[in-house]
Design a binder for this molecule. Structure first.
Ligand SMILES: NC(=O)c1ccc[n+]([C@@H]2O[C@H](COP(=O)([O-])OP(=O)(O)OC[C@H]3O[C@@H](n4cnc5c(N)ncnc54)[C@H](OP(=O)(O)O)[C@@H]3O)[C@@H](O)[C@H]2O)c1
Length: 451
């Protein structure tokens, strides 16, 4: 863990993933006498009811600052932040509220990039000066720098708020803690670290960008059996996991600006790759297909990604080996083509990361298949992993394994997850976390045949 912290400095020269980038910068959480230990038992957000109840309010005795008594308000602030799920890139989701005499009197959240920050939205919603002794709850450290919308620390000071209770510290190592310092210098009482893990975990994509100098978060998702298979030997994969797990995937699709798949998955499944959430309009992120030889453009019946109403949201990543004729065909249909130099028929995935950064695509959710995800792993290009597991076995060596392509002889060579979360989704289980690569990752060059 110590070496993890040492690696938090942004690597400005390189867009290569900083494998240790998503953890909140705990070193910068300057010990605050008011800040108590994290409540590790309350890591799963309570989606049903975030409003503080009467009993919670009764516990808000003045000057009795322990984190637990602030949690109901912070849970509500988290719920407010999540209202902008997937809509704030490259900015973080942030929620805030003002409490006077134990009652919430104003609420707000950052709705999208370019619009007011949560603190200002909340102060505007109040529409008057806060009462003496009022507290602002906010999920992320207020900004101390004067961006397009002005520093939130200044707005808080000018409003005359007495106290700020915050969740996560600014993940940018260059700014972390500065907002808190500014507030304290202005005589405002500051309490930090309330539901810190939930507040920091809300902004996986933003945190990654802050800690890597702007690179995209590349996450891999697989739905697999207990023995790690994503498809049968006959290529059947619909459906391994049940409806709750699939609904969860839709939610993550709504968060990530882009989804990527390999040519094999496009041809086998002909997916739509949109986010379909009950009660919300269908959302189409960038839909990226890796197809070095453009074999997905050859069939008479083209995949729907190339023909449906969202085809201008489809990007095909290919090499010059794909052939100019097929590239032209795609472009004429309105599909984008990223043709990147490569000596082989496969694209460099580090090169893909750089291209995403240039195109301001801040996060990519790689949904398979096995070969594409394994190639990302081989090149150390997966930053975060989502493993949905169903209580089912194929017990067939010829079923398709979710991950392969490495030579792992010793446990020290295992790829591990950090900041791990477990979630139950019906009968299925999701394990997700930040990918930590072993120092020496040995690639099995023969895994996917000659290139
Ligand atoms: N359960 C799940 O979560 C899940 C998810 C997705 C898919 N699946 C299943 O998995 C199966 C498909 O998986 P798969 O492993 O066969 O295929 P895949 O990974 O989807 O696609 C592999 C192909 O993508 C192209 N490709 C891969 N890396 C590339 C790179 N770096 N640059 C350019 N092109 C690249 C290559 O095409 P060329 O060979 O032409 O170069 C390669 O053959 C299907 O049965 C599908 O249903 C399951």
């Amino acid at each position: 863990m110590d070496s993890d912290k040492a690696n938090l400095a942004p690597d400005k020269d390189s867009l290569a993933p900083n494998k240790d980038n998503l953890a909140p910068n705990k070193d910068n959480l300057a010990p605050n006498k008011d800040s108590l230990a994290l409540d590790k038992d309350s890591l799963v957000p309570d989606k049903d009811n975030f409003a503080p109840n009467k009993a919670d309010k009764a516990n808000l005795a003045p000057n009795k600052d322990n984190l637990a008594q602030h949690e109901p308000f912070m849970r509500r602030a988290l719920e407010l932040a999540r209202k902008a799920w997937g809509r704030t890139h490259p900015n973080p989701m942030v929620g805030a509220l003002i409490v006077e005499d134990g009652e919430i009197v104003a609420e707000g959240f950052h709705a999208r990039d370019g619009e007011a920050h949560a603190e200002r939205v909340t102060l505007d919603a109040l529409g008057r000066k806060p009462k003496p002794g009022a507290t602002l709850y906010v999920t992320l450290e207020p900004c101390s720098t004067h961006g397009r919308t002005g520093a939130c620390c200044d707005a808080i000071r000018e409003a005359g708020l007495a106290r700020v209770v915050a969740g996560a510290t600014d993940p940018n190592p260059a700014h972390a803690g500065r907002g808190f310092d500014r507030l304290r210098e202005a005589g405002i009482k500051v309490i930090t670290g309330v539901l810190e893990r939930d507040c920091a975990g809300l902004n996986l994509i933003f945190n990654h960008a802050m800690c890597t100098g702007g690179g995209p978060l590349i996450a891999a998702k697989s739905a697999m059996t207990l023995d790690g298979k994503i498809a049968t030997r006959a290529a059947e994969s619909k459906w391994i996991t049940g409806p709750p797990a699939r609904a969860d995937v839709m939610r993550w699709r709504r968060l990530f600006p882009a989804i990527a798949i390999g040519a094999g998955t496009l041809l086998a499944d002909n997916p739509r790759l949109t986010s379909r959430i009950e009660g919300e309009a269908e959302w189409c992120p960038w839909r990226i297909v890796f197809d070095g030889l453009l074999r997905t453009v050859m069939p008479r019946n083209l995949p729907s990604l190339y023909t449906d109403e969202f085809r201008d949201r489809t990007i095909v990543v290919t090499t010059p080996h794909g052939g100019l004729g097929y590239m032209r065909k795609l472009r004429e249909m309105g599909v984008r083509v990223w043709c990147m130099e490569s000596p082989t028929q496969r694209n460099s995935l580090g090169g893909f990361r750089k291209k995403c950064a240039e195109e301001k695509i801040t996060g990519v959710f790689v949904e398979g298949g096995a070969q594409l995800i394994s190639e990302f792993l081989q090149e150390r290009q997966i930053d975060y992993l989502f493993a949905y597991t169903a209580p089912m076995l194929f017990a067939d060596g010829r079923g398709k394994s979710a991950y392969s392509g490495l030579r792992t002889e010793h446990l020290t060579q295992a790829v591990r997850l950090a900041d791990v979360r477990h979630e139950s989704l019906g009968d299925d289980f999701l394990v997700r976390g930040r990918v930590v690569y072993p120092e020496k990752l040995q690639v099995d060059e023969t895994a996917f045949g000659l290139r």
